[in-house]
Ligand binder design. Structure first.
Ligand code: NAD
Length: 500
């Protein structure tokens, strides 16, 4: 073993021990090869120019938001110094680790969050390679009689990111790739129900990043996230931008912070099936999308509107493809288990609140709640309902889908619009009539609109395009990518450098 290897090994062991002790002072930071660069973009002045002693050996995991933000600011400065190649290394590390450790990390996440399916938890990590990276960041140039102008996509500094319980490590990993590819550092406040696995992943990413690039704490996390730590993170002066992935509560809270927020909010995606569609393809697509990770995807099919002349054929095709149909009594039993009905809300009608205990649970658990047994391997339950059923109205995230008959395409579009609640997230149509497709696309006005495929085709899985687990809907950035996390800066050369 070479002395270089020995030194690296010793450094790793010391870091490991110090990490377990909660930080220490004897670790030698990687020696800078070039003089420190003074960050030009963030106005926030970090406490010191080197790595502060409290952040050593933590591998990005901190008790408080302030500690995490200060360490991330240092990480940002180190990344700036190391240049574009270091961003590429980080992108490679995160994508490779997600693929290599998908089985192990998928299991860890499922054990902690207790929602979703193991095969899909693993699958979501195996596809992080589809998230764009450093190559996405290209400058725009203009050349004319008066010289040359270059517009560059430059980093903000530290980004504060909030991740959901539904895909904790995949969202975190995808966010890291996009945010760091743009040259930023990041601090996460994860969902408390999936925060241990998030901290574990951050620790592992940092160990590899530190080992390969010498940069410490580029990716930080608050070990025990709370609403208080969310507020501290959002108000910390080092944090220049927020990336929030979650439901309506956190989107509202983020928008009230006064910081610029990229919000990937809730959805309740409707599916419309008309009488020109291929029923087999529609049925199989609906099952594939709605069953994925027990319907935890924000883009996942949540309710179906079927023209009445093909509704029976569609439901028959769904049964043939393996979904199990509930009768009226079973639907009623499942509805009672899946929702609590509270008085009030405007017109005085009872308001349905989703029972969290059934979110993301397996089909067998739902079937038991509905009072039936289903064959092993059943992926989805469905039943015919009316358009005002709580399973249509609420973003229920369970492997069950309601099917509603509609008399016309116009009625189907109108009901889809109501069910989508103007989240402007995702909608889907199965049709070969371009007029129907166009009418629905225009009326729904959603960020993703998928024709003749499962929801995931909208994120490059079976359709064209790239992946992100943060689809910025209310704030309009769409499927987030490295450019989402940049500031555009212009550099102008007057009357010169044009070469023709
Ligand atoms: P959630 O809203 O309960 O939690 C999301 C995150 O926000 C968590 O980190 C949570 O701790 C935090 N949070 C929640 N309320 C908060 C508040 N008032 N103040 C501060 N922080 C708060 O959501 P979840 O159950 O973890 O995830 C599912 C939701 O997220 C669904 O609504 C789904 O549609 C949405 N989602 C959207 C996308 C997207 O890309 N648009 C992706 C995944 C999930």
């Amino acid at each position: 073993m070479s002395s270089q290897m020995n030194e690296t090994l010793i450094r790793e062991v010391i870091q490991e021990v110090l990490g377990k002790l909660g930080g220490g002072s004897s670790q030698a930071p990687a020696a800078p090869s070039t003089p420190p660069v003074v960050a030009s973009s963030p106005s926030y002045a970090p406490p010191s120019c080197g790595v502060s002693s409290s952040s050593k050996g933590r591998h990005g995991v901190f008790e408080t938001a302030a500690q995490a933000c200060e360490a991330a600011q240092q990480g940002f400065l180190q990344l700036q110094k190391k240049g574009i190649e270091a961003r590429r290394q980080v992108e490679r590390i995160v994508k490779t680790m997600c693929e290599d450790r998908a089985n192990e990390w998928g299991k860890i996440e499922l054990e902690e969050s207790k929602i979703g399916r193991l095969d899909h938890k693993i699958g979501k990590l195996q596809i992080i390679g589809l998230v764009p990276g450093v190559d996405w960041i290209r400058p725009d140039g203009r050349s004319g009689d008066h010289g040359i102008t270059l517009e560059e996509y430059t980093p903000f500094g530290v980004v504060g990111a909030i991740t959901p319980s539904t895909h904790s490590i995949p969202t975190l990993a995808g966010n890291i790739v996009n945010i760091v590819a743009a040259g930023n550092a990041v601090v996460f406040n994860a969902h408390p129900a999936a925060s241990r696995c998030a901290a574990m992943a951050v620790r592992e990413f940092n160990k590899a990043i530190e080992h390969e690039t010498g940069i410490q704490n580029l990716v930080c996390i608050i070990e025990e996230p709370t609403l208080e730590s969310f507020k501290e993170l959002c108000s910390h002066e080092a944090v220049r931008l927020l990336c929030v992935t979650g439901g309506p509560g956190v989107v509202k809270a983020a928008m009230q912070t006064g910081k610029r927020a990229i919000c990937a909010g809730p959805g309740n995606p409707p599916v419309l099936v008309d009488d020109t569609a291929c029923m087999k393809r529609a049925a199989e697509s609906i099952i594939q999308g709605a069953a994925f990770d027990n319907n935890l995807l924000c883009i996942g099919e949540k309710e179906v509107f079927a023209l009445e002349n093909i509704a029976d054929e569609l439901m028959g095709a769904m049964e043939k493809a393996g979904a199990v149909r509930l009768n009226a009594a079973q639907l009623d039993q499942l509805t009672q288990a899946a929702f609590t009905f509270k008085e009030g809300q405007g017109a005085g009608c009872p308001h349905a609140v989703v029972n969290k205990d059934l979110i993301g649970k397996d089909v067998s658990v739902l079937a038991q709640a509905a009072g039936l047994r289903v064959p092993d391997g059943t992926e989805l339950l469905f039943a015919e309902t009316d358009a005002s059923h709580p399973f249509v109205d609420e973003e229920q995230m369970m492997p069950f889908i309601p099917i509603v008959r509609v008399p016309s395409i116009e009625a189907g579009i109108e009901e889809s619009l109501k069910a989508e609640h103007q989240y402007k997230h995702t909608s889907i149509i199965h049709s070969h009539d371009v007029n129907h497709m166009t009418a629905m696309a225009r009326a729904l006005d959603t960020t993703l609109f998928i024709k003749n495929g499962p929801c995931m085709a909208g994120l490059g899985l079976g359709g064209e395009g790239y992946l992100s687990f943060s689809i910025a809907t209310p704030t309009g950035e769409g499927v987030t990518n490295p450019r989402t996390f940049t500031r555009v800066r212009r550099c102008v050369m007057v009357d010169n450098l044009r070469i023709y």
